[in-house]
Design a protein around this ligand. Structure first.
Ligand code: M6R
Length: 597
């Protein structure tokens, strides 16, 4: 995820900005840069890869005395991770850094190009700087020109801008992405999260959405709601949560909005996926989706959605199996690989095999410059930001959302859904994203309930349809961080064997959506209850045979219920693991990225 820093003061500006960028490294990035304006000289530097490359590049650059500076770590979303696409972006006399997405950048860019502005990068951010300098031609007050610029931009952003027109100030704007301003003994600091401010700023202001302004060294106390900053670094990085996994569960709502950004045309109710046009999907008769672990569970959800919405045959394959099975590989088949890291060896090798058989390839991936992205013909980025917890949470959520978008996109092209159905799915999608906001009451209830689920001889997670892969994912989450034995099953399959294990020490987590086969799964739960299994049902509806209920809110669609239950399962696994005293972020025997066979 991108990060922002800024500084106004007399100390070593370069050192302060680089320190801030290093403090943001934990968030993940693929390039970095900074701009410093001092003694009316505006100098900008960028580099791809680690901050160390930027340090190396700027080792002979020094400034003396007062100045202002802005810096950025970039996690590519619009355009490749290149030096040109890295921030800051500069115009004739100003530079800008930006987190978030400017949704209407394409139309702003066209308008500016018609006026003769030349764009260097593929980013959405570059429009901000040209628009600001253009507005200054008519509006002599720089703050008014900045406000006009920001008001023309739709989307989510945290923005810092410096300009020779006001060389001792930093312009800022915040909407949807965090931005903090702090004051310490040596100056004013800006950052997109607390960690660069720890040890430097004593007081801070967490800007509210909609704030646009300009700040000089003397102006800090004009800001609203100033408060002391009394936190340590590790607390700051986890943003107050006990574990990164918990933080990542809580940020799913924001992440999913970012996954969606620019991909739904609200006026026409159409799905657009960058870089994927009609010709890419032309002639495709079937699809194989290949992945490992959690990404494989997302693939399974994808099969249900694609077959149902786009009416196309979909095979799913575990990458380690696919590699050696010698499955028939058709040229008219699209090969989709799903991977959070983009480096999973089995998935990468499966992809190479598909290419060898001349299949068209599409990656659904979270890391722009990863091997899987580089190897694939096209990519849909999941935009989940760096995931630090070994147990995947927000990456899974974003993969499922991308697959849902892709299923609708394909349905749109194949005309297998009517316009009104697509519009309805889009409205379901927004509701489903909202459902991932963690409800405190629900979290407290699970905290209490988890005490009763620490022992026993194992867990069954059961569900039907897309709730079957969700059951698998719930079981995997629990296994990974609690080390308890858990299995996911299609609930209709219990009677074909697994039910033999049922007794009061067998815990069953039943996924019971109101909008999909509720009565069917209810019968399966009753069969288990009759054999004394301890049942915890997750549902918006009461289930009399359950021993415990975790209620999710009433929903408009089964997809909304899916996303609600996903959060419940993640929180349940988290709380059980914490009660058992395990290191949730670094479970034993597991690695975040599995680059070996
Ligand atoms: O990076 P990938 O998505 O390719 O990784 C695949 C699996 O290794 C990964 O999903 C793993 O199962 C996670 N630990 C799940 O929480």
């Amino acid at each position: 995820m991108c990060g922002i820093v800024g500084y106004i003061g007399e100390k070593n500006i370069k050192k302060i900005l680089l320190h801030g960028l290093e403090e943001l490294e934990y968030r993940g990035y693929d390039s970095a840069g900074f701009a410093i304006l001092s003694h009316n000289e505006l100098s900008s530097f960028k580099s791809v890869g680690k901050i160390q490359n930027l340090i190396e590049k700027t080792k002979y650059f020094e400034t003396q005395g007062f100045g202002v500076g802005i810096g950025h770590t970039r996690w590519a979303t619009h355009g490749k991770p290149t030096e040109i696409n890295a921030h800051p972006h500069s115009g004739e006399f100003s530079s800008v850094v930006h987190n978030g997405i400017i949704e209407n950048y394409a139309e702003l860019k066209t308008m500016l190009q018609k006026k003769g502005y030349h764009f260097l990068s593929q980013t959405d951010t570059e429009v901000i700087i040209h628009l600001f300098e253009d507005n200054l031609k008519e509006q002599k007050d720089p703050l008014k020109a900045f406000e006009k610029t920001i008001n023309s931009c739709k989307g989510a952003y945290a923005i810092l801008l410096v300009t020779k027109i006001m060389p001792d100030k930093v312009f800022y704007a915040k909407n949807g992405s965090p931005l903090i301003i702090g004051k310490g003994e040596e100056g004013i600091y800006f950052a997109s999260s607390d960690s660069p401010l720890v040890g430097l700023a004593k007081e801070v202001c967490y800007l509210e959405d909609g704030k646009i302004g300009v700040l000089g060294i003397e102006d800090f106390y004009t800001l609203p709601s100033i408060q002391p900053l009394n936190i340590n670094k590790s607390f700051a990085q986890k943003e107050g949560f006990r574990y990164f996994m918990e933080k990542e569960i809580y940020e799913q709502h924001r992440v999913l909005l970012e996954t969606l950004m620019g991909r739904i045309q609200t006026d026409t109710q159409q799905i657009t996926l960058e870089n994927i046009d009609d010709s890419f999907l032309e002639g495709i008769k079937s699809i194989t989706i290949c992945a490992c672990g959690t990404s494989y569970h997302a693939a399974m959800v994808g099969k249900y959605l694609l077959e149902r919405m786009a009416k196309i045959r979909v095979n799913i394959a575990i990458a380690s199996e696919f590699r050696y099975a010698g499955f028939v590989m058709d040229k008219e088949e699209l090969f989709i690989s799903i991977s959070q890291s983009g480096e999973t060896a089995d998935t990468l090798e499966a992809l190479k095999l598909a290419k060898k058989h001349q299949q068209k390839t599409l990656a659904i991936c979270n890391v722009e410059n990863s091997s899987i992205v580089r190897e694939s013909d096209h990519t849909i980025l999941t935009r989940a930001g760096i995931e630090k917890g070994v147990a995947s949470t927000k990456a899974f959520a974003s993969q499922v959302l991308v697959l849902w978008l892709f299923a609708l996109f394909f349905a749109q092209q194949r005309k297998t859904l009517e316009k009104k159905d697509i519009a309805q799915e889009i409205s379901f999608m927004f509701a489903a994203i909202k459902a991932t906001q963690v409800n405190n009451k629900m979290h407290e209830r699970i905290k209490k309930l988890s005490k009763r689920y620490l022992h026993g001889h194992g867990f069954f997670f059961i569900g039907r349809d897309i709730f079957y892969p969700l059951a698998l994912e719930g079981a995997l989450k629990l296994k990974e961080i609690s080390y308890l034995h858990a299995e996911g099953y299609p609930s209709g399959e219990m009677k074909h064997g697994p039910i033999a294990l049922a007794d009061s020490n067998l815990f069953t987590i039943a996924l019971m959506p109101e909008h999909l086969l509720f009565e069917k799964i209810k019968s399966n739960v009753e069969e288990l209850s009759a054999r004394d299994a301890t049942i915890c049902a997750i549902s918006p509806k009461e289930c009399e045979s359950a021993d415990d209920m975790i209620y999710i809110p009433k929903a408009q669609s089964y997809m909304e219920e899916f996303f609600s239950m996903m959060v419940v399962l993640q929180v349940l696994a988290l709380e059980i693991a914490i009660k058992l005293g395990n290191d949730v972020d670094m479970p034993r025997n597991l690695a975040k990225s599995v680059t070996v066979e």
